[in-house]
Ligand binder design. Structure first.
Ligand code: ADP
Ligand code: MG
Length: 371
């Protein structure tokens, strides 16, 4: 396992794609100026909208693509221009069958030559992986891959990679084509193996729940940049800007244009009395999460209800609708009555304020202390 460092990484693509419609901004680099350190044995999830550079980031770390400038370091050793086969990495992609050369060989090489580990150790590791993967894994791993289902192939590919003791493990949406039930089981298996063998891992996913489950920390990317790196709580309670705030959390945080004057906050025609907050008077964007609203407060702002989504497993529901034309979702009890409008009031200790133009976060709640 290794510490991984990215220093000022820039990756420009020559706009070679014929279908330029696929590239929203041809002149924007796939990676703009990436700085990131992943500690030894740490699991870091990477999330962000499609096209933001997640796969390019992984490829640069793997050596499948070289950066135009900047450095990639493994354990302080510069590997920026080292071929992927010589890096001792393990990789699993969603469509990994398309990249057969990326696994195997290189890792085995590395495993035996650099680590000088024994066959016994390898066998021991295999037994431990098989234990985590459960009954039937021994049979799976012994079979010809063509005899396996897609899901089985995926799990075997991941397990094999880990058995071979990679220095760094890179996964790009490795299980997104499995059905929901198998996905849940597989991500538990992956996490157990990573924990057990303390493998330094980068895990790309578009599934927020998966990112939270897998990662010690989460990297949020947008348009070739890293917007923020942090634990889920840090991203959730102290996002650096409106993008991170609305990207993390489900349903997304509601955003309302407001103007503040002293302790009065105007949302459209409605004036709300709020708790004192140290922000200059002026126009802002107010952010409120679904659980950050108080229902049926007569002093609150009127919300037009579109529909009520019941979540029996959570003993709750979400009221979806609009306030002054902006989409708003409010957490409510499961037995919330059907209504066409309802007055809601922000819980002032849970609100977020963003700069109206730069969208930088100017006020956030702090990470709650659990003890
Ligand atoms: P993600 O994995 O987050 O969806 P990618 O890393 O695949 O994003 O792509 C980042 C950006 O680089 C996108 O705008 C994409 O269109 C562009 N891009 C990816 N591959 C190429 C390529 N081979 N040539 C030109 N542009 C590319
Ligand atoms: Mg991708």
């Amino acid at each position: 396992m290794a510490k991984v460092e990215l220093k000022n990484i820039v990756r420009n693509y020559q706009a070679q794609l014929e279908d330029t419609a696929l590239i929203e901004d041809k002149n924007r680099p796939a990676l703009s100026n990436i700085n990131l350190t992943i500690a030894e044995g740490e699991i870091v999830s990477v999330v962000g909208p499609s096209g933001c550079g997640k796969s390019t980031l992984l490829k640069v770390i793997a050596g499948l693509e070289f950066p135009d400038s900047g450095q990639v370091l493994y354990n302080d050793f510069d590997v920026t221009h080292v071929e992927p086969q010589k890096r001792g990495i393990g990789m699993v992609f969603q469509d990994y069958a398309l990249y057969p050369t990326m696994k195997g060989q290189g890792n085995l090489h590395y495993y035996f030559e650099v680590h000088q580990r024994t066959q016994e150790e390898m066998d021991q590791r295999t037994r431990e992986v098989a234990q985590i993967m459960g009954v039937g894994f021994d049979q799976l791993i012994g079979q010809n891959t063509t005899a396996l289902s897609g899901g089985e192939q995926q799990r075997v590919a991941i397990a094999r990679c880990i058995v071979r003791d990679p220095l760094i493990f890179l996964m790009d949406e490795p299980i997104s084509n499995l059905d929901a039930k198998l996905r849940e089981r597989t991500r538990i298996e992956i996490k157990r193996m990573l924990r057990k063998f303390k493998v330094t891992t980068l895990y790309v996913t578009h599934d927020q729940q998966e990112a939270i489950f897998m990662g010690d920390r989460i990297v949020v990317m947008r348009k070739g940049n890293i917007e923020q790196v942090g634990t889920f709580d840090e991203l959730y309670y102290t996002p650096v800007n409106l993008f991170v705030a609305t990207f993390i959390g489900s349903p997304p945080m509601s955003i309302l244009p407001v103007s503040k004057q002293g302790n009065t906050l105007k949302i459209g025609d409605t004036s709300l009395e709020m708790l004192p907050i140290s922000l200059e008077d002026g126009a802002y964007r107010l952010g409120v999460r679904s659980e950050g609203w108080e229902l049926n407060n007569p002093q609150g702002v009127m919300m037009a209800v579109r529909h009520i989504e019941r979540i029996p497993t959570e003993q709750a529901s979400f009221i979806h609708g609009t306030v002054g034309g902006e989409s708003v979702s409010v957490l409510a009890p499961l037995d919330q009555a059907q209504v066409s409008e309802i007055r809601v009031m922000p819980k002032w200790d849970q609100v977020y304020f963003f700069d109206a133009s730069s969208e930088a976060a100017l006020h956030t709640p702090s990470v709650p202390e659990l003890f």
